[in-house]
Structures are given as C-alpha cells and as structure tokens.
Design a protein around this ligand. Sequence first.
Ligand SMILES: Nc1ncnc2c1ncn2[C@@H]1O[C@H](COP(=O)(O)OP(=O)(O)OP(=O)(O)O)[C@@H](O)[C@H]1O
Ligand SMILES: [Mg+2]
Length: 298
Amino acid sequence: MVHGFALDKVNRPESAHTVPGGKGVNVSRVLRTLGVDTIATGFIAGSAGAMIEHGLTNEEIPHDFVRTEGESRLCMGIIDPENGTQTEINEAGPNISEEDLNALKDKIISLLPSADYIAFCGSVPAGIPDDFYAEMIKTANDAGVKTVLDSSGVQLRNGIKASPKIIKPNTNELSQVAETEIFTLEEILDGAKTFRTLYGVETVAVTMGRTGAMVIRGDEAYAAKSPEIEFVSAVGSGDSFLAAFMAAEMKGCSLGECLEWATAAGAANAAISGSGFCTKEMIYALKEKIVAERICEA
Ligand SMILES: Nc1ncnc2c1ncn2[C@@H]1O[C@H](COP(=O)(O)OP(=O)(O)OP(=O)(O)O)[C@@H](O)[C@H]1O
Ligand SMILES: [Mg+2]
C-alpha cells in the first residue's frame, strides 16, 4: 500500500505482503475458509514456485503442481488509498513445453476420480493451446465431475463450447464472448440464456462488480445487490464469489441462497486487501444483509 503513489519517483510502501496468487489458488483459499476440501494445481517454476508451495503449505491449502523450467511469474498490485487507484504489474511467466502440458493433463486426469467439482480459473501461460480448457472440460464432463469455468478471451470462448456446468464471467468477459457490449440486467439475462441454449451450460453466474450479481439455471434466475462495505480492493472478488457459490451448491443450498453466499464472499473480499483472505465471519455477517430476488421465469 503506497499513499500518493507516483510515477518517476521512489515510492515506499507503508505495508507490503507477499502471498501465493493466481485465480485457482484464490478459489482454493476461500473454499478452505468455508470448510471445503480442495487441491490447487497448475504449473510452478523456480524459486518463486518454491515460495508458492511453501506459502500454500503454511496456509494449509493442499496443492499438487507440475514443475516446469524457468520462474513462476510475480504479480505486483499497488494500492493507493489516497487516490483510490490500484496499479497492477503482472509478469508473463514461463513458456510451457508440450511435455509439461502433457504432465498437467495427466495430473488433472489423475485427480478427477476423487473430485466432485473441478474449476478452470484464469488465463493460461504461453505455449498452452487455445482449446486447453475445452479439452479438459470435456474430459472432466466424461468422468462425471462437475466442471466450472472462470476465464476470459479465447479460453472462455472455446471452453464454453465444451459445455462446462457452471461459468462465472464478469460483465466484461460476457461482453467479449457475446461480441457485443452488455450492460443491463436484461442484456445479461439474454446473454446467459444464449450460452445455455447454444452450449448446454447449466448455470451462468454473472458478476457486476459493486453492483452485485445474477445467476440463471434451468427456469430460475436471481439477482442480488452487493451490500455496502468499506471498500479496499476487489481483486479476487470474483474468485471469492465463485468459491462461495460452489461451496453453497455442495451443501445443497437453493440457487438463490448460493447467489447470496457468493455475493457475500465477493463483498467480503472487496473489504480487505489481498485475494481470497476474507474470513468466514465476514462472509456470514454480510450474507445476512443480502436477499436474492427472483427476477423472472428464465
Ligand atoms: N466494491 C464492491 N462492493 C461490494 N461488493 C463487491 C464490490 N466489488 C465486487 N463485489 C462483489 O464481488 C463480486 C465479484 O466481483 P467482480 O464482478 O469484480 O468479479 P471479477 O471481475 O471476476 O473479479 P476477479 O476476477 O478479480 O476475481 C460481485 O458480484 C459483488 O458481489
Ligand atoms: Mg474474475
């Protein structure tokens, strides 16, 4: 955190912390907070990779990564509360060889028999084919594991075509895939229905930042407004939302309740710094303030 962050000068943070990151790791972190068993997987490399493994072990987040050549990427987020800005500097990360890619595919396949859900989260490094998530979603669907996709760009576009059971785009990601600007709840609902009809996606949850979120499944659709919070940073709010949505679904909650838990976790994450570090108490307290409203016969 740097008060009055400025270009072309030496900035000295008042506080700083280094934590394992990545969308999938954030989802795992919130699942653990909510008492759900999880394993984080993906690629790690070099000394940064060792730090990630060490950090996750300290947080008691189970992990099983594929080691590659090079260094895991470092991402720096600079929060400036004075100007209300958040500046992100994200490295590219190492290129992935075909051998490493096959090792990750084998790893995922080996994890499927013990999984109820598998979530494919975030962007992919260079060297990964455009249909990677799509191929893995198909494999996991065939194995009877519930597939979840939270990505963007081509991995989301291709991944949707493999019929993941749940997708969680934000409005930008939804607009990208729909190839048109989507703003209103009605437009979001139309977009969600298109994915259901065209690609057989069962549940489409769309997050809209501080406005809230909506979800559609079968003939049900709900919308929830985000509760007021003291805003710190919303990076990872979508990951927190997704984890809480999955956790609620696993516990047998109704669709409306799943949306309430998810919206509460997204908001709880936005009230703290870091991604996925919201506590169970924060999530439970915010859940009390959220009512999902049925919006239509979808
Ligand atoms: N400023 C905020 N105040 C309250 N709740 C928020 C705020 N920002 C986000 N949220 C909650 O978190 C949910 C997810 O946020 P958002 O739409 O920003 O996800 P996202 O863009 O996928 O984020 P990320 O990919 O960084 O995890 C929202 O639907 C909302 O419930
Ligand atoms: Mg997101």
